[in-house]
Design a protein around this ligand. Structure first.
Ligand code: AMP
Length: 191
């Protein structure tokens, strides 16, 4: 199974991706988590990413693409993977296509979690109380929604044209949404 998880910040991508990757036995590759880990460890990659993350901007494509290329070259992705939060730009879509072509692999589905934007902001403000993330404050939260709308939402069309988008309503409790995702993938004959 080779899946992408897409959706605006706060849609529950990370939570759902973690559950599904455990269920399917494939690694979850969250670019946000990898960046946060590198920021915490103060690696060179972390230093390159931090100011963009803190401002709610995307980390430059060259940096992000190189990181994903290296991750997808690792052995544990051979049987499949679940990419969470990548690709987010036109350039990243092209790079992912190239990487997968080199590996002779294809995506099975793009899971899109849709949630109303005011609900997203409310969720992120709640998460901010406990997450300790520098980018969970109201201004940056609102900015991240705008960046998503401008740069990432239009990418869905590309995957829709390929007929691999599975859209799931992200509103509801975690178990409910997880069931919907599994049901939608089965209905689309992707699992
Ligand atoms: P996330 O945990 O997915 O919300 O990502 C947190 C932050 O990491 C984003 O706001 C970006 O600054 C950065 N980031 C994560 N994934 C990407 C990506 N695919 N392209 C560029 N920046 C990213």
């Amino acid at each position: 199974m080779r899946l992408l998880f897409m959706g605006p910040p706060g849609a529950g991508k990370g939570t759902q991706a973690m559950r599904l990757s455990a269920e399917l036995g494939v690694p979850q590759i969250s670019t946000g988590d990898i960046f946060r880990h590198n920021v915490a460890e103060q690696t060179e990659l972390g230093q390159a990413a931090q100011r963009f993350m803190d401002a709610g901007e995307y980390v430059p494509d060259e940096v992000t693409n190189e990181m994903v290329r290296a991750r997808l070259a690792e052995e544990d992705t051979r049987q499949g993977f679940l990419l969470d939060g990548y690709p987010r730009t036109v350039d990243q879509v092209q790079t992912l296509d190239e990487i997968l072509a080199e590996l002779d692999q294809e995506l099975d589905a793009v899971v899109v979690l849709s949630v109303d934007s005011e609900e997203l902001i409310a969720r992120l403000l709640k998460r901010a109380e406990t997450s300790g993330r520098n980018d969970d404050n109201e201004d940056v939260i609102r900015h991240r929604q705008e960046v998503f709308k401008a740069q990432t939402a239009p990418l869905l069309q590309t995957y829709e044209q390929r007929g691999i988008v599975v859209e799931v309503d992200g509103l509801g409790d975690v178990d409910e949404v997880a069931e919907r995702i599994v049901g939608a993938l089965a209905a689309a004959d992707k699992s």
